[in-house]
Design a protein around this ligand. Sequence first.
Ligand SMILES: *Cc1c(COP(=O)(O)O)cnc(C)c1O
Length: 426
Amino acid sequence: MDRKLSRESLCVQGGWQPKNGEPRVLPIIQSTTFKYDSSEQMARLFDLEESGYFYTRLQNPTNDAVAAKIAALEGGVAGMLTSSGQAANFYAVMNIAEAGDHIVCSSTIYGGTFNLFGVTLKKHGVEVTFVDPDADEETLSAAFRPNTKAMFGETMSNPGMNVLDIEKFAKVAHAHGVPLIVDNTFATPINCRPFEWGADIVTHSTTKYMDGHATAVGGAIVDSGNFDWDAHAEKFPGLTTPDDSYHGLTYSKAFGKGAYITKATAQLMRDLGSIQSPMNAFLLNIGLETLHLRMPRHCSNAQKVAEWLEAQPQVAWVNYPGLKSSKYYELAKKYAPNGTCGVIAFGLKGSRKDAEEFMDRLKMIAIVTHVADARTCVLHPASHTHRQLSDEQLIQAGVAPDLIRLSVGIENPDDIIADLSQAFPR
Ligand SMILES: *Cc1c(COP(=O)(O)O)cnc(C)c1O
């Protein structure tokens, strides 16, 4: 039923369709465990022979309803929630890669993901080659190795706002027999659905626009069901050969298009346990109910603010894909014709100190380590989120040292502009 509804209706009603006499609002199933009449039935659940709930670390009905809503919004076949966006990206990769493997990743990605892949995965034996996402297909192809298991990018990168050419990435990934994983946090499925352009798996930090109110940290993974694991069986033995921890069950045979998410739940969530709390899933669901109303307002506000910024003499540069001057204007028109998101990257003329003083003078706009919620906020990545990166890594990640990340909220845009204006250096 879900997939026939429009995105707007899915935001409001997807995932939870109560039966006669059941709660109209998705209930919080605040229970770690579930009761069964017979020990044999419980055993069948443990063997994955029957589906059902038994322990919230693996699955919970509130979480599953919200995951189903996000999967429907993305046009995927299955989804799962995680405790954070970091956990989502970690699971998305580790579900198909292990020590001795390699992934190819766009260099213009969120600082936390850059660190996760470049430092922590490396310690776990998975090597990453970071590539310039604007490079041509040949250059991207050259980064692949026989042991490459996935390609990764962000629809719009945090914080540089580079727009990914998803079709180009998908083509290169598929030519090497691996799936394309796209972090769609900034665009959200309201503005772009990566599966329509060839991506195979989508991840989210639901902490951002999906929750939308800065109340709950969370993540999500959605599978398109389009990648044929069996056609590349030798690359993905975890999905295509028997799992000893489930008495020799083979995910691709037993679960078909549900194989990837089932494996991520049954193995990674079971063993690593980065579950989202049902309470947070409930809050996320309330956020999702207005996602389709908030995103257009974030975009129209940001467009107005970006155009204003571009006209100010104190501003050195502005990167917002909705501006004609943007290198990504054409790609944004193709992949997100209704707008990208509310995040603007810009630099002020003058020193780093001028930028810091400008931020300190803001009144309504707050300095916070957050992005993509209802309230306009600002951050200087080189001193905050991306502090751990060297200057060279900053440039590689698309983060100029003077870059100010302005996350435009859904207030009246005139108030946002007035606050920026009074804070500007004179
Ligand atoms: C914030 C963010 C993450 C990490 O998400 P958390 O929920 O903070 O763990 C991953 N990717 C992108 C694009 C983000 O903006």
